[in-house]
Design a protein around this ligand. Sequence first.
Ligand SMILES: [Zn+2]
Length: 218
Amino acid sequence: MNVNESDELIACHECDALFTKRALPTHSKAKCPQCGALLYRAMSGNLDRICAMTLAALITFVIAQAFPIVELDANGLTSETTLIGAIVALWSEQMEIIAVLVFCSTILFPLAELVALLYVLMPLRAGFVPPGFNIVLRTIQFVRPWGMIEVFMLGVLVTLVKMISIARVIPEAALFAFGALTLMVAVVVSFDPRALWDIAARLPQKPKRAARHVRQRS
Ligand SMILES: [Zn+2]
């Protein structure tokens, strides 16, 4: 693939100066010589690491959603719930807006980000750019600020501490899964998806279709 030289230009977001983008050695960064603003960092070429972390986070996410978070025992009356169960309870208590907000920030958006990241990371690792690459990357950048698993985790912990005086609180599997997920998501979020555009620019688009044409011809 011939890359036009104009594709490799980068503008300083502080002073609008244009520069030709060059590959950097690992752990280095490019700064604007005019104003000193950070232009871009060297890509951590380690796609494997972020790919493995995203996959692990997705598996932990499923565990966190599938199992109860805590069990409450008050005078022999026990009750336990999953996150989905809590959202359904909110909805049936006429708190529909809060139910929707909790659903979006703790289930829908984090899940969308993890699935979308895997969708672009897996093919890039295999050496090709998946269809809809640009839209998927923009989706990741759109949903990222709305994923609030860490806020949810903090809320749960504060609630549990307050509940201890009323009932016996027994932590269940999903509580530990959410704890682990909070740390994993922090690692995944530290990865800048813009780096994937640079990697994709050096890869061919949709090699499978090309391979099929070759097979038909022969
Ligand atoms: Zn500048």
